[in-house]
Design a protein around this ligand. Sequence first.
Ligand SMILES: Cc1cc2nc3c(=O)[nH]c(=O)nc-3n(C[C@H](O)[C@H](O)[C@H](O)COP(=O)(O)OP(=O)(O)OC[C@H]3O[C@@H](n4cnc5c(N)ncnc54)[C@H](O)[C@@H]3O)c2cc1C
Ligand code: SF4
Length: 496
Amino acid sequence: MPKTLIYLAHDNLNRHKGALKDADPKKHEVIFVESNRMLTGARWHRQRIFFLLSAARHFAESLRKEGFTVHYEKSRDTASGISKYADDYEAVIATAPSSYRLTKNLLDIGVKFVPNDFFLTSRETFSSWANSQKSLKMESFYRFQRERLNILMDDGEPVGGKWNFDEANRLPPPKLGHSWPSYPEHERDEIDREVIAEIESLDLVGRLTDRTWGTTREAALAQLDRFLKDSFRDFGPYEDAMTSESWALNHSLLSTYMNVGLITPDEIVAEALKRFKRGGISIASCEGFIRQIIGWREYINGLYWYFGNEYRDLNEFSSTRKLLPLFSDSSKTKMRCVSEIISQIEERSWVHHIPRLMVLSNLAALADVKPAEFLAWMREVFIDATDWVMVPNVIGMSLHADGGKMSTKPYVAGGAYISRMSNYCGSCAYNPKTRIQEDSCPFTTLYWHYMARNGERFKKNHRMFQQLSGLKKLSDLDATIKRGNEVIKGLEEGKI
Ligand SMILES: Cc1cc2nc3c(=O)[nH]c(=O)nc-3n(C[C@H](O)[C@H](O)[C@H](O)COP(=O)(O)OP(=O)(O)OC[C@H]3O[C@@H](n4cnc5c(N)ncnc54)[C@H](O)[C@@H]3O)c2cc1C
Ligand code: SF4
């Protein structure tokens, strides 16, 4: 009797989810496709390509050990790789893909979908929540999730008496010399080494010497264990801090593994709650972490599908500026915060959410970079980047290029925010407190330049009232605009 072929995308690496959940080696065979597009479609970060290929090959190996026949096809594109085999099987099935592009490509060749249960919230559940709301606030969605999933709830009330401990969770970095958790290092095995050798000749960016990222489920579980032991306790207070003393602070480093399925949000939440119940973890840290997983992550995925495929093309400010050279080369800027963060990305393809939001995206917004260019760059250089997570985070949350469909106000800030939340400014060539001098912090200058450019647009937005009143009070607005134009030119030339 012909078998069913299961196509496994590179983010479906889990035996207990999606199309593999009920699979039986006697009735199913498995195919992975390594497409040329995936390798050469853009100038990806080396760590990213290494991780995706090696994790898939390790997972394929684990399925072979279980008795599955696994085809690992290298092909021009995914559809042609699958089509080569399809006629020999009763049907081809796959987990409903996590991107619009793959969904279309698989539907075009007749692949049947099994519901995608890699998330805690189905697309239907999210849509029905969204349709019941006047505005799509993350906080409302998060409360809906807490109640729906019965997480950190006590007799219908939030544990700790509050839904939100943000006030306790916004501390600046502690004084120099704080003891931060150590970082993971993973030994490379034969499969890893084979992938490293294979990708050597590709035109990629970044370095591959760092060994932060493992490529197996064991590595993912070890990372969760490490987080719960060493970082969970202080996760909350320093969640938004940045410091040159630690690139990861207390962040979990779990998105990379979660986004390919090596570990799942339900497992992470269950282990975190178990650890919290044992004591010694504050409710602020526990709630802060749970919010990221059941709130932010699910909200972003829900919005990706809710807003539709055209959402990625929104460009509210009609920005046309090309990607600034400093994004691809840390030596192209004297801004300490930016050069340090870009160096970290070059090194390990990852920085935490505040550098992504309040430094990189903030700069792209302030300098009026074209959203599509910035989005493409972010997709290329981050190890945990996937379409569903990057599109709403960049187009909506960070650049406000959707005109406020997601967030009611733009996440832009001057140097004062970075100065408060990091230790970068003390050793920077620029001064975060001034705006019109040659050594004024480019963030501070451009913040006011942005407000002046867009003030008219924000006039009716009551959440921008304070910023616009600040703008009106500037006695040196003309000089600020002049300096802002110079800064943008300097950024384009890689001289700032
Ligand atoms: C501009 C921008 C781009 C981003 N791009 C990505 C991306 O490509 N891939 C990605 O997984 N995350 C992305 N994020 C969200 C967040 O920055 C990363 O999930 C986080 O830094 C990953 O590190 P961590 O696992 O240590 O996270 P932690 O700080 O330990 O948080 C725990 C988990 O919460 C989830 N989470 C928190 N915030 C978000 C969010 N805004 N969107 C989705 N999940 C969230 C992640 O799964 C993360 O693993 C982006 C955020 C911004 C502002
Ligand atoms: S002064 Fe400005 S550019 Fe320099 S580190 Fe601080 S925020 Fe960054």
